[in-house]
Design a protein around this ligand. Structure first.
Ligand SMILES: CSC[C@@H](O)[C@@H](O)C(=O)COP(=O)(O)O
Length: 325
């Protein structure tokens, strides 16, 4: 949990594989043969792949790095200093490209999402927004998914107030999102997760729930931080619009529905105490799934770098023609 947030997890895995390659070169005193390199990078990618099960960006980035590894390995031959330098340069370039592309995609998604909301805003009125977890520069290549859209809306003076779910149990909203929003001068208020429905009910205006995603299934179901599904139900009930913002590196065309996606379960210690301070009854059983599935039917808009899909469904997602590899 030092690095968290789907795109940031993928980017870090790519850089992690580069670090493993560099270590293999250093261990061979500035050179490495193709066999040593393969063993070292494979070991690192297996370790990285085992770090978190849900965010698909992790596996997507590892696959992408492995493809480049395959192309570059023959250039190492039996190992020379010069071949090792060229190899590391090429391998690092792919990790940097993954990082740069994510940032560019964040900027595109911010534009698509904000354009849509501004087009739908009656009389250019500023919107109340609920957001969940952390989807900003701390979770991505640098601008943010949902938070990127919120930033762009703020630039157009279209943000009335962002209600920031604290995001139990790891408090990404309280610790990270509120920090990012405050730093940018975006009006925000921290709420406990269970207050979101009341905020919607008492708001004089219907607004937006804007969240990110950790994996989008082929039918448009979205897996995101636990509590997202509840927000989608509440949004539909109160007539608020529900927007998911995720780059196509978060889409997984290999899984048919959200039910097939592994949901990370974390230790109960995260919910029976805060820091070292225990407040739950001794011995109580706890269940701590940290993601949930929001059915596609509850999603009004799915924003990727390729544009906005209204009411995502299997056919509209298939039109993106994302390869299964
Ligand atoms: C950054 S985009 C969306 C998600 O990755 C984010 O909402 C989220 O669920 C992060 O979970 P985390 O457990 O903090 O890695």
């Amino acid at each position: 949990m030092v690095v968290r947030g789907a795109p940031a997890i993928g980017i870090s895995a790519a850089y992690g594989m580069v670090l493993a390659a560099k270590a293999a070169v250093d261990a061979g005193h500035s050179s490495a043969c193709s066999k040593t390199m393969l063993v070292a990078v494979n070991a690192a990618s297996e370790l990285l792949a085992a770090s978190r099960p849900t965010a698909v960006n992790l596996f997507w980035a590892i696959r992408r790095m492995n493809r480049v590894l395959e192309q570059l390995l023959p250039t190492l031959g039996e190992g020379s200093v010069q071949a090792a330098e060229t190899f590391i340069k090429g391998f690092s370039a792919e990790a940097v490209a993954i990082h740069d592309e994510d940032l560019q995609n964040n900027l595109l998604m911010a534009r698509h999402g904000a354009e849509l909301i501004s087009a739908l805003a009656k009389d250019g009125q500023a919107q109340p927004i609920v957001t969940h977890c952390n989807t900003g520069s701390l979770a991505t290549g640098g601008h943010g998914t949902a938070l990127g859209v919120i930033r762009s809306l703020h630039e157009q003076q279209l943000v009335d107030l962002v209600y920031v779910d604290e995001t139990r149990p790891w408090m990404q909203g309280a610790r990270l999102t509120s920090w990012e929003l405050q730093r940018e001068g975006i009006p925000c208020a921290l709420i406990v997760d269970s207050a979101a429905a009341s905020m919607m009910a008492r708001s004089p205006r219907q607004g937006w729930v804007i969240v990110g995603a950790d994996r989008v299934a082929a039918n448009g179901d979205v897996v995101n931080k636990i509590g997202t599904y509840g927000l989608a139900v509440q949004a539909r009930y109160h007539g608020w619009k529900f927007m998911v913002v995720a780059p196509t590196s978060t889409f997984d065309p290999a899984v048919a529905t959200g039910a097939e996606i592994e949901i990370e379960e974390r230790p109960g210690s995260e919910i029976v105490q805060i820091g070292d301070s225990r407040f739950a009854a001794e011995g109580v059983r706890s269940i701590n799934p940290v993601f949930d599935v929001t059915p596609a039917a509850l999603i009004d808009y799915l924003v990727s770098e390729r544009g906005v899909i209204n009411r995502p469904r299997r056919d509209s997602i298939a039109e993106l023609k994302l390869g299964v590899d």
